[in-house]
Write a protein that binds this ligand. Structure first.
Ligand code: BTN
Length: 256
């Protein structure tokens, strides 16, 4: 159970490596539905996902053995259900900080929780919350990161990028996972310590196109404006022509 590669207290200490699975999020959910309790911080990683899932019912495509595809089990029972987006913020900031150790400050969070390098997608997060009434029971944090893949097919070819394409060398997957787990643990402990305001500020500062005049599509029309905030509930605030409006996920689209 004790994982000596990771210098964390609990995140990644119980590491389950699978050669192949449909989706690590599905696998983790299945484990949680069994009666055997699972330690918080358990990570399921897979060399190959044959039905990896992304946001908005998209597929998550990843070349076997080249990338990080994993799911982490957290129990943020301390977080009010209405503020569950704060967990997204904590994970996004952690992933951004971990990747910045390798890639510098061109790594950004594209609202709500994509990880970008310049204008290309490096990775994504799929958080599935299991609630029990108004209580947050468990969070399944699925993370997919392009690490050593150097060819992307179809339109991913001009939308995605990997660490090895940027660094021109391969990156050790377990070592990278250890860095990520350590950043996640540190942000999660801050969240548990109620440090919501600082987290929100840090998330905003790392946002792609934060306070930069850019174009967005809303209601079939192009608007020009500046991101000025993301609320605790996860709404994106854009100031267009001096008027601020908060947008829900899917309501507004970035034009990059
Ligand atoms: C996105 O669409 O940007 C989110 C992608 C999340 C992909 C990861 S890979 C590990 C975990 N298992 C899944 O099926 N999805 C997530």
């Amino acid at each position: 159970m004790q994982n000596n590669t990771f210098s964390t207290l609990f995140v990644g200490q119980n590491l389950i490596k699978l050669a192949e699975v449909d989706s690590t999020n599905n696998y983790l959910k299945l484990l949680l539905s069994k009666s055997e309790p699972l330690p918080e911080g358990t990570v399921i990683m897979a060399d190959n996902q044959f039905a990896g899932r992304g946001q908005q019912h998209n597929l998550w495509q990843s070349e076997p053995g080249k990338n990080l595809t994993f799911s982490l089990y957290l129990k943020p029972k301390f977080l009010p259900v209405q503020q569950q987006f704060l967990l997204n913020m904590a994970i996004s900031v952690a992933l951004n900080n971990a990747l910045s150790e390798f890639l510098g400050d061109e790594v950004k969070i594209k609202w709500p929780n994509d990880i970008y390098y310049q204008k290309l997608k490096l990775g994504g997060i799929l958080i599935e919350n299991l609630l029990s009434g108004q209580t947050y029971k468990s969070g399944i944090i699925g993370i997919g990161l392009n690490v050593n893949q150097v060819e992307f097919s179809g339109d991913l070819n001009y939308r995605a990028i990997s660490l090895s394409q940027i660094l021109h060398k391969n990156v050790d997957l377990t070592a990278l996972l250890a860095v990520i787990c350590s950043h996640i643990e540190s942000q999660y402990l801050k969240l548990r310590g109620n440090n919501y305001f600082l987290l929100q500020v840090e998330y905003q500062q790392k946002l792609f196109q934060f306070e930069k005049t850019s174009k967005y599509r809303y209601n079939g029309r192009i608007i020009e404006g500046m991101i000025t905030a993301v609320t605790e509930q996860g709404l994106l605030v854009i100031n267009s022509k001096g008027v601020e409006k908060a947008y829900n996920f899917k309501e507004v689209e970035f034009i990059i």
